[in-house]
Design a protein around this ligand. Structure first.
Ligand code: ATP
Ligand code: LTN
Length: 335
């Protein structure tokens, strides 16, 4: 019988091993990756090659990459259902990135806000890799012919560039790449710093009170939420201008599944203190199983290695097909 079921869509996303994931990474990205596993063909990568656009200590990078891989498993990604791999294990990423560099304009890369931010933050190391970072990201996505890319809103500009590059290549050489769409969660697209709620929560913040790492102890999580910056009112309502409270409401909503209205009702007549404690407790509880599973995976290095080896094999197979197609279209003679 002919199979008339629509093709399962392909998902690709990546996360940098530049430190322990924050609550922002989890709610804005990885949590959605987990729920997408059932419905889609998913490929997720620890993008260690992206991480070296900022200087990394080799020992710390290796540990962070291994820990990030274990965190993906701990968060609920299943190596049997999804392709889970380390970017540096699949050479096609670097190979396609070079090709795409030649189809990307200097002016386009100059407009990327992440490049502008990071070059300001690291003025002593504005390297060419930092500048061409988006073409490596485009290669990641296009190699797998991804339909959807689940990311936080900060990555939207890179995705638009990926589409422009793909469209340009397809225009010159004929249909080669699927045009990917961003998939940005509505409520948790951007979790803000607990100390400065106008700034994105970031694992590279110098002030650790600003971010919740997903391996923080429950005590530390509670403490950080209790000292979260809010405002001088005393009403738990989601409203323009209440950045700190809005951020806490969206975090509480993401971890409990409650709507904003339900949360406002729950805390009507109560002070910020009660609310902050409730958010802290809910987050600590939601992260507890992840922390416990992570500790177990980190003890079983042989299992981790077997997972990423299998992931690299599967990813290489898919990536090689796209790369061969690209090389042929460009005019590189076959080996
Ligand atoms: P850094 O904090 O070191 O600058 P990062 O955490 O922003 O790095 P990645 O580790 O590459 O960068 O991010 C992985 C995913 O997490 C991306 O999809 C990104 O959009 C998402 N993300 C990062 N920070 C947040 C946040 N505060 N809220 C929501 N999503 C986020
Ligand atoms: N640029 C992203 C990380 C990243 C990514 C990707 C995300 C690298 N390659 C491919 C989605 C798809 C970041 O800084 N958060």
């Amino acid at each position: 019988m002919e199979n008339t079921a629509p093709r399962k869509k392909i998902i690709f996303s990546g996360i940098q091993p530049t430190g322990t994931f924050t609550l922002g990474n989890y709610l804005g990205a990885v949590k959605n990756w987990v729920s997408m596993q059932e419905e889609y063909h998913c490929c997720y990568s620890v993008v260690d090659m992206h991480a070296i656009t900022v200087r990394q200590d080799p020992k710390a990078l290796r540990e962070n990459a291994i820990s990030a891989y274990a965190l993906l498993l701990a968060c609920g990604l299943d190596p049997e259902k999804s392709v889970l791999f380390l970017q540096s294990h699949v050479p096609a990423h670097a190979q396609l990135a070079w090709v795409l560099n030649c189809y990307t304009q200097f002016g386009e890369l100059s407009r990327m806000t992440q490049f502008k931010d990071k070059s300001q933050r690291h003025p002593d190391n504005v390297n060419a890799g930092l500048f061409t970072y988006p073409t490596l990201m485009a290669a990641d996505i296009l190699l797998y012919q991804a339909d959807l890319v689940p990311v936080g809103i900060d990555q939207k500009q890179h995705l638009e560039l990926t589409r422009d590059i793909a469209q340009r290549f397809n225009g010159i050489h004929g249909q080669t790449f699927t045009l990917p769409e961003p998939y940005i969660p509505k409520t948790s697209a951007k979790i803000m710093s607990l100390q400065d709620p106008t700034k994105k929560m970031s694992k590279s913040d110098e002030n650790p009170k600003g971010f919740i790492s997903i391996l923080d102890s429950p005590e530390s999580i509670l403490k950080k939420f209790r000292s979260a910056v809010t405002d001088s009112e005393a009403e738990v309502v989601y409203r323009e201008g209440k950045d700190g409270i809005n951020n806490l409401i969206s975090i509480y909503s993401a971890v409990t599944g409650k709507s904003y209205e339900e949360i406002e009702k729950e805390f009507a007549g109560k002070g910020y203190g009660d609310f902050k404690t409730a958010v802290g407790e809910a987050v600590a509880e939601a992260l507890r199983p992840i922390r416990e599973r992570h500790a177990q995976f980190m003890k079983d290095r042989a299992y981790l290695e077997s997972c990423w080896k299998q992931g690299a094999e599967k990813a290489s197979g898919i990536a090689a097909r796209t790369l061969a197609k690209v090389y042929k279209k460009i005019g590189f003679p076959a080996l």
